[in-house]
Design a protein around this ligand. Structure first.
Ligand code: CA
Length: 429
């Protein structure tokens, strides 16, 4: 599919992440507009809350869905309405729109540079998976040795854990380094200290837009997905190493998970569908994928130390590296009977490629801290330091256009001072 032209000129640039082909959904404030739902188009945001008030858009017929400060009520309307609404947006913003429509929309266009972005949806529940083959192999090799790198179940089921919806934050939110219980080599007993091995995980999050009750096939699971976001699952590796057996990660993943401000819809990503990699062992029938359900989305991670003039790109990879698609993960999630709800968020798991510079975590890039890597500034890193800003970017590349997410960024700030904690710590002793 070629570029679809818009009368919003900036949307026709081959560089923009937000052409008419994309139309991602977010929530913004600008001037008098407080937590309005918006659609990104070129360097602007179309205020759909204002257009709903003006009766130019009414996806639900009578009741308003864009006055609640998030996209959940719209998601509730279901896939048929999602498709109709997308067509309406193309009608409003496409180059064939007449001057009456353009004038009506112009008053609802806000410059992106004037807007503050918020969480685009209310997260119902958050599940995170571990579905990147290279990531699982790298981490397994570091923790258990090359022979036992992949756990015996890994090639058969998408491994996951139930995380916390309460700690999901929008890009731009500062991330405070956590304290936690660490097993450090110089202490016989564990110590309660600020995390020393704070890390990121480059992921894509899938948002469930349709309720389920009972088991769901992979094909139906794909249709339940409303859209995708970039997702950075901040991880405290030293807390994780001590706590993770036998029930998996807990406090190591409870600090924050950042997401991009824009939800890119499944419809916008459709031209970039690709198949999961060949299976090493056959999957059981409930995980069979009836068609391509993964996406070709080039991704990159950059790190900018406090005060540095520019960021260094530290990793480049692709969402197509995943061994399991979000549809497979979602289908698997329902096998034991758990209902899924509108607003559920599913993290893909860390996305890493085969190459050394294709690793989606600092743990892998520095090989557990044994091989620190060098930034463009000449500084080295093993893990995230206070003042570092970590940014994820991702955009599918079409024929003369891109479909992107905006950036998913977060700056790490110093841990709370020991005197601000409600209990004594080792530092006081
Ligand atoms: Ca993760």
């Amino acid at each position: 599919m070629p570029l679809r032209k818009s009368w919003v000129e900036s949307a026709n640039s081959p560089e923009t992440e937000f052409p008419l082909n994309n139309l991602p959904y977010g929530v913004f404030s600008a001037g008098q507009r407080n937590h309005h739902c918006g659609v990104a188009i070129g360097d602007s945001i179309l205020d759909v809350t204002a257009l709903e008030d003006a009766h130019m858009l009414r996806p639900s017929g009578d009741a308003k869905v864009f006055d609640s400060g998030n996209w959940n009520a719209f998601m509730e309307l279901g896939p048929e309405v999602w498709g109709r609404f997308r067509n309406q947006l193309v009608g409003l913003l496409g180059e064939s729109a007449d001057s009456f429509i353009r004038d009506g929309c112009r008053v609802a266009l806000v410059a992106m540079t004037d807007a503050t972005m918020h969480m685009p949806f209310k997260v119902a529940e958050f599940t995170d998976f571990y579905a990147g083959r290279h990531h699982a192999t790298n981490v397994g090799t570091m923790f258990r040795g090359a022979e036992n790198a992949l756990p015996p179940n890994w090639l058969h089921i998408p491994i996951g854990y139930n995380g916390r919806a309460s700690s999901v934050v929008v890009s731009g939110t500062d991330i405070r380094r956590p304290w936690g219980q660490l097993k450090s080599p110089d202490h016989a007993a564990p110590a309660f200290l600020p995390c020393r091995r704070f890390d990121i995980e480059l992921e894509i999050g899938a948002i469930v837009g349709k309720r389920s009750d009972g088991p769901v096939s992979v094909a139906s699971a794909d249709e339940m997905i409303f859209g995708y976001v970039l997702l950075n699952d901040w991880s405290a590796r030293d807390i994780q190493a001590w706590e993770y057996q036998p029930l998996g990660p807990f406090q190591s993943k409870a600090t924050a998970t950042s997401i991009s401000p824009w939800i890119v819809t499944r419809a916008a990503l459709d031209p970039f569908r690709t198949s999961t990699p060949p299976r090493e062992v056959p999957l059981l029938p409930h995980l069979h994928e009836p068609g391509p359900m993964l996406y070709d989305i080039p991704l990159e991670v950059s790190l900018q130390p406090r005060g540095a003039a520019k960021a260094s790109v530290i990793a480049k990879t692709n969402y197509a590296e995943m061994y399991y698609s979000a549809a497979q993960q979602l289908a698997h999630h329902t096998t034991a009977g758990s209902p899924m709800n509108v607003g559920d968020l599913l993290g893909s798991g860390t996305i890493s490629g085969a190459g050394r510079h294709e690793r989606g975590s600092l743990l892998e890039l520095s090989w557990g801290g044994k091989e620190p890597f060098t930034l463009d500034t000449g500084e080295t890193r093993s893990f995230v330091e206070d003042g570092d800003t970590l940014t994820l970017r991702g955009a599918a590349q079409g024929d003369g256009y891109r479909v992107g997410f905006g950036e998913c960024s977060g700056t790490v700030i110093a841990a709370l001072d020991a005197s601000d904690l409600p209990y004594p710590t080792m530092k006081d002793a």
